[in-house]
Design a protein around this ligand. Structure first.
Ligand code: F6P
Length: 327
C-alpha cells in the first residue's frame, strides 16, 4: 500500500508569470489547512538539485497575492534534463520525507516533472503557469490575462502617437511558439494585421494593402506580431516593409519582458487561487502526476505527459474576425 503523503513541496519553474505568487499562497494555505507540512523550493528545479528548500508557514505567503514575479524565484534548469540531476533532486526531497511536489510552470517544466515522477517515487502535480497560454487541456494559464492587459495598455499608447504622425507601427509581443498574446491584444486594440506562429504570414498581401492605403493617403496601420511568428519578429517584418514602401514612416516597438511583470489581474489571481487549491486536493484524493487546468469553467485534470504545448489551436473563426474587423 502506498504511504500517505504528509509533506509537500512547491516550486515555480521556467518563465515567471504574474499570478504565480497567488498560486504559491493557495498551495501553502490549503496544504496547511489539511495538515500537510509545506516546503518552498527556491529557483525551480535548480534549487531542488542544490537543496535550497525552506519550510513555509501561513505568514510566509502573507501579502503576496498582489505581487508579480515569484517569491520562490525561478530558473530554466539544464541539469534537470540529466538523470544525475533528477537523482540529486529526489534525494533532497527524500531526506525530508517530501512525497508530493507542486510544479508551477509551463510545458518544459511539466516534461521534466513527467520524467521525474516516472523514475522516482514522487507524486508531481502541475499548475499551468505561463503568459503564453499554450498548454493543452486548459483554457487558462496563470499570467496570460495580466500579460495581455499589459500589452493592450501599451499598444493603446503607441496608437495615440501612431495616429498623430500617420505612421505604420509594428509591435512585437511575446510568444515564442504561441500567438495568443498577439491575437488577443491585437483584436482588443484594433490592429489591422496580427501575425502569429500558428498561421503562415503572407507578407506580400500586407504590402499590397499598405500600397493601396498609400494611394489613398491613409498611411496609418497597426501590425501586432508575435515574437515567434514564422516570418520573423518585428525587425524582419520591418525590413520587408521598408524595402517595398520606401516613403512610409514605419516604426517598431518591442514590448518584451514588460509583459511578464506587474501586479496580476483579478482573473489571474482567481485562477491561480483555484488551481492552487485543487493541486493540494489532488494529494488528498491520491491523484498522481497530473496538471490542474480549467476548461469551460470546470477543473480539468490533464495527465502530466499530455500537458504539452497546445500547438495550432487558434481557430479559423478568430482569424476571420480579425480580417473582417480590420477591413
Ligand atoms: O514562456 C514565456 C516567455 O515569456 C515567452 O513568451 C518568451 O519567448 C520567453 O518566455 C522568454 O524567455 P526568457 O525570459 O528566458 O528570455
Amino acid at each position: 500500500m502506498a504511504i500517505k503523503i504528509s509533506k509537500i513541496g512547491v516550486l515555480t519553474s521556467g518563465g515567471d508569470a504574474p499570478g504565480m505568487n497567488a498560486a504559491i499562497r493557495a498551495v501553502v494555505r490549503t496544504g496547511l489547512y489539511h495538515g500537510f507540512e509545506v516546503f518552498g523550493i527556491m529557483r525551480g528545479y535548480q534549487g531542488l538539485i542544490e537543496d535550497e528548500i525552506v519550510p513555509l508557514d501561513t505568514k510566509s505567503v502573507a501579502n503576496i497575492i498582489q505581487r508579480g514575479g515569484t517569491i520562490l524565484k525561478t530558473a530554466r534548469c539544464q541539469e534537470f534534463y540529466e538523470f544525475e540531476g533528477r537523482k540529486k533532486a529526489f534525494e533532497n526531497l527524500q531526506k525530508r520525507g517530501i512525497g508530493g511536489l507542486v510544479v508551477i510552470g509551463g510545458d518544459g517544466s511539466f516534461s521534466g516533472a513527467t520524467k521525474f515522477s516516472q523514475e522516482f517515487d514522487i507524486s508531481c502535480i502541475g499548475i499551468a503557469g505561463t503568459i503564453d497560454r499554450d498548454i493543452q487541456g486548459t483554457d487558462y494559464t496563470i499570467g496570460f490575462d495580466t500579460a495581455v492587459n499589459t500589452a493592450v495598455e501599451a499598444i493603446d499608447k503607441v496608437r495615440d502617437t501612431m495616429e498623430a504622425h500617420d505612421r505604420i507601427f509594428i509591435i512585437e509581443v511575446m510568444g515564442r511558439d504561441a500567438g495568443y498574446i498577439a491575437l488577443h491584444s491585437g483584436i482588443a486594440t484594433g490592429a489591422e494585421n496580427i501575425l502569429i506562429p500558428e498561421r503562415k504570414t503572407n507578407i506580400s498581401d500586407i504590402i499590397t494593402s499598405l500600397q493601396e492605403k498609400d494611394r489613398r493617403k491613409k498611411m496609418v496601420n497597426l501590425i501586432v506580431v508575435a515574437e515567434g511568428d514564422e516570418f520573423g519578429g518585428a525587425e524582419e517584418v520591418h525590413k520587408a516593409l521598408v524595402e517595398k514602401l520606401p516613403k512610409a514612416e514605419i516604426r517598431i516597438c518591442i514590448l518584451g519582458h514588460i509583459q511578464r511583470g506587474g501586479s496580476p489581474t483579478c482573473l489571474d489571481r482567481l485562477m491561480a487561487s483555484r488551481m492552487g487549491y485543487y493541486a493540494v486536493q489532488c494529494f488528498l484524493e491520491e491523484k498522481k502526476n497530473i496538471v490542474v487546468g480549467i476548461q469551460n469553467d470546470k477543473i480539468n485534470y490533464i495527465p502530466l505527459e499530455k500537458a504539452v504545448k497546445a500547438k495550432g489551436s487558434i481557430s479559423d473563426e478568430w482569424m476571420k474576425i480579425v480580417k473582417i474587423l480590420a477591413s
